[in-house]
Design a protein around this ligand. Sequence first.
Ligand code: ZN
Length: 174
Amino acid sequence: MAIRTIIRADNPVLRKKAHRVVDYDKKFQTLVDDMIETMLDAPGVGLAAPQVAVSQRLIVVRLSDDEESKEEFGEEAGKLYVVANPEIIKTSKDVAEGVEGCLSIPGYVGTVDRFETITLKGYDRYGKPLRIKADGWLARVFQHEIDHLDGRLYIDIAKKVWEPKEDEARTTAE
Ligand code: ZN
């Protein structure tokens, strides 16, 4: 496994529509492992393949598992999700405003409206179909990461973007 370089928002790879994952081969497995390691090292709660300059529809997500997160997220805390070709198939009517950041846009956070609840389908790292229902913060992270696969960044849709003070910085990082 290896930590890969996270590219910044001015890199054109982040603006491309990523390609569907077709081969779940050895090279792909290495990419998955590297993305997990890169996300944990950053640290972030999610990472999309275009952020490591690979234009493929692959995301990894993991909410923290510290005491505070366990209390807040229950069994979702610390659970690792690897989703290839994710597709949101259902969304709630309700939208929630929240603060998010992005590992490709260090030093900033923004206020973004996201669907409160989503259902997504996709494939696991071995190509087996999966379906995930997510709400709240987890749903937000998935929507943020899936946006990356279509070349969209949170700053495109944020109502407000600012440079947080240090104590605010914990809220996010994707
Ligand atoms: Zn991001």
